[in-house]
Design a protein around this ligand. Structure first.
Ligand code: ZN
Length: 253
């Protein structure tokens, strides 16, 4: 049940035919886990929290660093040196005290991933490394948890949604993690902060629509990859195809 304060806070959502009061209550009951409170996680978390997604779990093992603040807008200058999961949770609660936010200071690995992601209606992956992206893919496919994975570098970004058993998974498309020396990171190649903001906001927008819809919705970024090149401001959407011999989802129906 939404309180009068919540009805007022979310009134611009509730005005939408696609949301209404029922949809807002659905968002309140939803559980979303965000992996990585970084350039993508920051805007995604702020928009999910502001929209009233009722249960948000934040997983990150890092500490806020000065170089993060150019794009990781959930943090303040005074958060430098603090745990990301803790300060992101605190800042999100102060934006919206009507939601539950749980910060977990941990690095996702093969041992803890199943537990840390359990109970999620949706997982958002916005980490800065391919090992985590593949791990999230493999666990979410096995547990049949829908997820939206995204990446950003320099002036470019990508987003991909996966409903396990229905859409191609990350491994159908990329097969194996590239060798680390072949993958530039934001730390050595740079990234435009607002570019991460754009991609993180797309993850949040897609999440909200996913949580509101039945999972049969045929639009959006599930079963697709969106590639954004902000230099040319070109947005390209490519449909993904499942591979029968995919090591992760080949046997998942
Ligand atoms: Zn696959």
């Amino acid at each position: 049940m939404l309180s009068p304060e919540e009805l007022s806070r979310y009134s611009r959502n509730i005005l939408l035919n696609e949301v209404k009061r029922n949809g807002q209550e659905k968002l309140k009951k939803s559980v979303v886990t965000v992996i990585g409170a970084g350039g993508l996680g920051s805007p995604a978390l702020l928009y999910l929290g502001a929209a009233g997604v009722g249960n948000i779990r934040i997983i990150d093992s890092d500490i806020v660093d000065t170089t993060n603040l150019q794009r990781q807008i959930i943090f303040k200058h005074s958060d430098i040196g603090r745990s990301k999961s803790e300060s992101a949770s605190e800042n999100l609660r102060s934006l919206n005290p009507y939601i539950n936010v749980e910060g977990i200071q941990a690095r996702l690995n093969a041992e803890n991933a199943k537990d840390l992601l359990s109970g999620s209606d949706l997982v958002l992956e916005g980490s800065d490394n391919f090992d985590t992206k593949f791990l999230v893919n493999d666990i979410c496919v096995r547990e049949k948890t829908p997820f939206i994975t995204a990446g950003v570098l320099r002036f470019e970004g990508m987003v991909m949604g996966v409903r396990p058993g229905k859409d191609a998974c990350f491994r159908c498309v990329y097969e194996n993690p590239p060798a680390p020396e072949h993958v530039p990171s934001c730390a050595d190649a740079g990234v435009i902060g607002s570019m991460a903001g754009m991609i993180g906001a797309i993850q949040a927008t897609e999440s909200i629509q996913f949580l509101l819809s039945d999972s049969e919705r045929d639009s959006g970024l599930f079963g697709k990859i969106l590639q954004v090149d902000s230099k040319s401001m070109e947005f390209r959407t490519i449909s993904t195809a499942r591979r029968e011999d995919c090591a992760t989802c080949g046997t998942v129906h």
